[in-house]
Design a protein around this ligand. Structure first.
Ligand SMILES: *Cc1c(COP(=O)(O)O)cnc(C)c1O
Ligand code: SF4
Length: 338
């Protein structure tokens, strides 16, 4: 039986919101009644902020934790030793164009190159998407079907939910038809930055999968959550989708224990469990977000002292060549130096 899923918004509303997203620093600052300032923005990674996300920022607050995630800074243009464009060595993890495999049993399909929001700390901001676009999906699908060790397929990007419901539905069906694919996971920021993206067609497509559907959303601060995200998550959960969150530990955004505790609690209230807290990757143009590892470890100890275990995410860093994200041990004072 297919349950009826009620979403409270028009099916095409998200496309309008996406098309009308703010695309310049001037527009962004003017919206928030902040003085204009100019940063030379990397033209390949311009400003992009959809209205629902913008509406959660505090006007007049130049240090707003959502604004800081999307506002280009002059610091992006500084060359820093140790910061590179492919910090994760993803070029070496390609099985076929568009399909990355680093870890046992799970592969990651670059579903679409575009995103609904441009996060200034993004580790894939320099990814050569043109070489790995949807044109390569056939080869990737054949490889997945031929390799029974691949029990989980992760749709990533970019943001896979940028694809429209027709294209995404066909891709999900193809993956679901592969008997050894037991889990289909979607890594996306869209239900947060444009909750209207959670259409009844999407919910229906997820709800009818044989494979278990997992959605990993990406929220860095409790202020990103509101009544609309709550509704979007409720619809997804109603379709049997497991909802997890990954956040990035970002200087100025969430590098204090109150912000991290509020984030975990806010997520849980909306039916999402914290999964990972990532140390930022050392990617060119993102060094101003760095949090030193000893400080990250100290924050984790404070968080652990404050919250139930299921609300404490795993602090991880991605190290090229590892067999999974590397946990950063924080339990004892001094351990972070190991
Ligand atoms: C992060 C990542 C995964 C998922 O790792 P989990 O620990 O299972 O969340 C899978 N493939 C690639 C290439 C990744 O970067
Ligand atoms: S949504 Fe994800 S992939 Fe897209 S810019 Fe933000 S962090 Fe990067």
């Amino acid at each position: 039986m297919i349950p009826a899923f009620q979403v409270p918004w028009e099916p095409a509303r998200w496309k309008t919101l996406l098309r009308e997203a703010v695309r310049t620093t001037e527009q962004l600052l003017a919206h928030l009644e902040l003085p204009a300032c100019s940063a030379d923005v990397d033209p390949t990674f311009p400003v992009r902020v959809p209205a629902p996300y913008l509406s959660r920022m505090r006007p007049g607050d130049a240090a707003d934790p959502l604004l800081l995630q999307v506002l280009p800074q002059m610091l992006e243009n500084d060359a820093m030793p140790g910061y590179v464009t492919d910090a994760l060595d993803e070029g070496n993890a390609l099985r076929v164009p568009g399909l990355l495999q680093k870890y046992n049993g799970r592969c990651l399909l670059i579903t679409t190159p575009a995103c609904a929001v441009h996060c200034r700390y993004c580790f894939r901001r320099h990814f050569p998407y043109e070489e790995h676009g949807p044109a390569n999906h056939e080869r990737a699908l054949s490889l997945i079907a031929a390799d029974p060790s691949l029990e989980e397929v992760i749709l990533s990007g970019g943001d896979p939910l940028i694809a429209d419901d027709g294209a995404l539905g066909r891709l999900l069906e193809r993956l679901d038809a592969v008997p050894h694919v037991r889990r289909i996971r979607i890594h996306t920021r869209l239900p947060v930055v444009i909750p209207e993206r959670v259409t009844s067609a999407l919910v229906q497509a997820l709800g009818t999968l044989q494979a278990k559907a997992v959605m990993v959303v990406h929220v860095n601060h409790a202020n990103e959550l509101d009544a609309a995200t709550q509704r979007a998550f409720a619809c997804l959960a109603g379709a049997g989708t497991t909802l997890l969150n990954q956040a990035v530990l970002l200087h100025g955004v969430n590098d204090n224990v109150d912000a991290l505790a509020n984030l975990s609690e806010g997520l849980f209230e909306q039916g999402v469990l914290p999964y990972y807290l990532h140390m930022p990757d050392r990617v060119t143009g993102t060094h101003h977000f760095d949090v030193p590892q000893p400080m990250a470890a100290a924050l984790m100890r404070q968080l652990h002292a404050r919250l139930p275990g299921y609300l404490v995410p795993q602090l991880v860093r991605e190290i090229p060549g590892d067999q999974g994200k590397r946990p950063i041990y924080w339990a004892t004072e001094g351990a972070e130096a190991l």
